[in-house]
Design a protein around this ligand. Structure first.
Ligand code: HEC
Ligand code: HEC
Length: 268
């Protein structure tokens, strides 16, 4: 009976570390609230879904109901909570969302143990279904936040995003995330409408090995090839851009580096 298992409260609190470095978010507000929901959430998920071992078919008609617990953290329809701590999952490419759920399950993403805990017994088929559900939610993006950095920093960030640094063979963000930075189907996410803290936290996690993708892990390589100042400049510029009028991911792209996670998942 899984209800008896202790929730991993201590690791979850540690997992906020990458978010803490110089960023403003209210730890008390963001971290306490979800725990009220948690035992109910985890049990609802675990009791209503196929276990990986059984690989039972899941009931497609009930998916909206079964992902309701996810929205307690990720916001209505997965649009992200107003505090910016829980990432938006609505409208991200389905293959990308699926890969992340597998990354949490397989221990390649370790920043937030509660995510791993929630998906660790779920089958591939069920993870696909959840990914498809959230990818199909097209809900509005929040307006960009005003970011207090110098014009020179913003320009450095823009240059990295649009041109990369050819002298050091660092490709531009747009070379993989799409010309309009709205991502590329099926596996590459867009970079607009994402809070700066979240972008910085992900770069921190790649550099520390707390976030990995299937090898070759191109984002890990890129994160390690940029300085902290460059990451901070890129995140400031990205987060200050308005979300695009048409956030649809591009259909395809020729990547400048191999990315294991950009290969469509098996069976797709
Ligand atoms: C207790 C709060 C909580 C609940 C409930 C929760 N999540 Fe998460 N989720 C998070 C946090 C925090 C992150 C970011 C962790 C990180 O930085 O790696 C995250 C990350 C993700 C990501 C990766 C997003 C990205 O852009 O890379 C996906 C996908 C995701 N969650 C899906 C789900 C689904 C599906 C459910 C329901 C089964 C769910 N989450 C339930 C807190 C939660
Ligand atoms: C060589 C291709 C490539 C380049 C260049 C690249 N990315 Fe990525 N990026 C990816 C892939 C592939 C993923 C998905 C990784 C995964 O599945 O975990 C990703 C994921 C991300 C994410 C995670 C989004 C989320 O919702 O969690 C962020 C943030 C990101 N990239 C930022 C950047 C920035 C900023 C740049 C430019 C400085 C950049 N990337 C350049 C391929 C690339």
């Amino acid at each position: 009976m899984r209800r008896g298992k202790a929730l991993p409260l201590a690791p979850a609190a540690n997992a906020t570390a990458p978010y803490n470095e110089g960023f403003e978010y209210n730890k008390n507000n963001t971290m306490r609230r979800p725990f009220f929901f948690l035992s109910a959430l985890c049990c609802a998920l675990l009791f209503s879904t196929a276990r990986a071992a059984d690989e039972q078919p899941v009931d497609a008609t009930g998916i909206a109901k079964r992902v309701a617990p996810c929205m307690a953290c990720h916001g209505k329809e997965g649009r992200a909570a107003p505090d910016g701590y829980y990432p938006r999952i609505a409208g991200k490419p389905a293959g990308y969302l699926y890969n992340q759920l597998v990354n949490f399950r397989e221990g390649r993403r370790k920043q937030y143990p509660l995510m791993t805990y929630m998906v660790q017994h779920l089958s591939d088929a069920y993870l696909h279904e959840m990914a498809e559900f959230f990818a199909a939610q097209h809900v509005p993006y929040p307006p960009p936040l005003r970011i207090d950095v110098s014009a020179a920093t913003l320009e450095r960030g823009r240059a990295l995003a649009m041109n990369g640094d050819p002298a050091r063979k660092v490709p531009a963000c747009i070379a993989c995330h799409g010309e309009k930075l709205t991502g590329v189907n099926p596996n590459i996410p867009g970079l607009l409408g994402i809070p700066r803290d979240y972008i910085n936290a992900q770069f921190g996690a790649w550099r520390e090995g707390m976030r990995r993708a299937v090898a070759p892990d191109c984002m890990g390589d890129i994160a390690r090839s940029l300085s902290l100042e460059e990451i901070s400049a890129a995140s400031a510029w990205l987060a200050s851009q308005p979300a695009p009028a048409d956030p649809a991911p591009a259909a395809s792209i020729k990547l400048p580096l191999a990315c294991g996670s950009a290969v469509p998942p098996e069976g797709k």
